[in-house]
Design a protein around this ligand. Structure first.
Ligand code: S3P
Length: 440
């Protein structure tokens, strides 16, 4: 079992980059594989989740050349995938298994998908139900609610679907299935979730439109899919988030993170931190791969608690673990509501963050759909947490958030089960050490 020891006491200073965006990398691998010709994916995320999706696409007959800086994907065309000879293992990735199930539902072959112990606990009914409405034949544990999933590919027909949950994974799974369906697929979501799939469809000039919260896609596009262009993946805001919070809460910090994706469907954390009193500047705004990017400069600041309403949850969803750390050292109370989706992530993030931060001295309590956090900022000079021994519960974002919390502690902290960090940000600890040593 891997563990990480965090010694507090130094500000974070310097200029860094973070890995390519994990969500965008999954999508880029899948869509480039469906294009005609050879495409390059530059600055892709080398986290295990994306490597698992790459392996899955290879098992479907796609040739992918891999170097540390870029992937070269030999597209097979829309109808060029072939039957995998073994079960597809999506590892820890909810995005991987849900998007691939949508992709595979409309093929003319059989496939099976599974993942690690966490994936086999996560809800799959949210994609299986609408895919079955499209005519998909999918079997799985608990009537298809849980993986492993067995997909007997078939001819799909388009549906009009109102998703009960604002989920980019559901939306993207159905968009991928809709590409292979006969007719016009319409998907409405209750709130706008991250829109990377839509942006990438546009990047590939696929016949698709958006009106409000409704997407409309013509299935089986007859226009030739343009040769795959080169795509540069923006830096992952969800990886940058740890250093944004770290630099904010550790006095004397000044960090610049270069080339980070600032798609508005992802930047809830920055908006909330600004409301809490953070000092965050977006510099040098530009575009990469159809996505807005910028350099993010963060200086330390004293934070105050805020009320976080349900309307900002989708664009902040992956950043709640580290936001809990910010709230725990802020002055005053932070409340989060309407965030029950956090209970269905790599771990139940409401329970894991409440338990682990409580062990570090935070005043934090769970509600069914959120958290109440009384920050320590008012109680002591720096709002410090207590050094402790804590664990990630196998959740990469929990592990990295606890590391940031540990930087504010009075003494050393040991975080257990940190191997999960490999799923999204293998260089996390080294990047943190570089920043605290002032030597990035
Ligand atoms: C993701 C969507 C979100 C997010 C996950 C990545 C994606 O999940 O939490 O980490 O890449 O589409 P949901 O779609 O379940 O909200």
């Amino acid at each position: 079992m891997a563990f990480m020891t965090i010694t507090p006491g130094r500000p974070l200073r310097g200029t860094i980059t973070v890995p390519g965006d994990k969500s965008i990398t999954h999508r880029a691998i899948i869509l480039t594989a469906l294009a005609e010709g050879v495409g390059r994916i530059v600055r892709y995320c080398r986290g295990q989740d994306c490597l698992d999706t790459m392996r899955a696409m290879r098992s479907l007959g796609v040739k992918i050349e891999e170097s540390p800086d870029e992937l070269i994907v030999h597209g097979k065309g829309l109808w060029g995938l072939c039957e995998p000879s073994d079960i597809i293992d999506c590892g820890n990735s909810g995005t991987g298994i849900r998007l691939l199930t949508g992709l595979l539902a409309g093929q003319d072959f059989f496939s099976m998908l599974t993942g690690d112990v966490s994936i086999r606990r996560r809800p799959m009914g949210r994609i299986v139900k609408p895919l079955r409405e499209m005519g998909a034949t999918i079997a799985g544990r608990k009537g298809g609610e849980l993986a492993p999933l067995a997909v007997t590919g078939t001819t799909l027909h388009a549906i009009t679907y109102a998703s009960p949950v604002a989920s980019a994974q559901v939306k993207s799974s159905l968009l991928l299935a809709g590409l292979f369906a006969k007719g016009t697929t319409r998907i409405t979501e209750p709130q706008l979730s991250r829109d990377h799939t839509e942006r990438m469809f546009q990047f590939y000039q696929l016949p698709f439109t958006r009106q409000g919260l409704t997407l409309t896609l013509e299935g089986r596009p007859s226009v030739g899919w343009p040769a795959a262009p080169s795509m540069t993946v923006p830096g992952d805001l969800s990886a940058a988030a740890f250093f944004v919070v770290g630099a904010t809460v550790i006095p004397g910090s000044d960090v610049t993170i270069q080339g980070v994706g600032v798609n508005p469907t992802r930047t809830g954390l920055l908006d909330i931190l600004n409301r809490m009193g953070a000092d965050i500047q977006l510099l040098n705004p530009r575009e990469a791969g159809g996505e807005p990017i910028a350099d993010i400069r963060v200086k330390s600041a004293r934070l105050r608690g805020v009320t976080i309403e349900p309307d900002v949850i989708p664009q902040t969803i992956d950043e709640f673990p580290v936001l809990c750390v910010a709230a725990a050292v802020a002055e005053g109370r932070t409340t989060v509501s309407g965030a029950e989706e956090l209970r269905f992530k790599e771990s139940d993030r409401i329970a894991t963050m409440a338990n682990e931060l409580r062990a570090m001295g935070a005043d934090i309590s769970e509600t069914p759909d959120g958290l109440t956090i009384n920050g320590r900022g008012g109680a002591s000079e720096h709002g410090r947490l207590l050094g402790s021994r804590c664990r990630s519960h196998g959740d990469h974002r929990v592990a990295m958030s606890l590391a940031i919390g540990a930087l504010t502690a009075s003494t050393e902290t040991v975080i257990e089960e940190t191997e999960c960090i490999e799923t999204s940000f293998p260089e996390f600890h080294q990047t943190l050490l570089n920043l605290t040593s002032g030597n990035p």
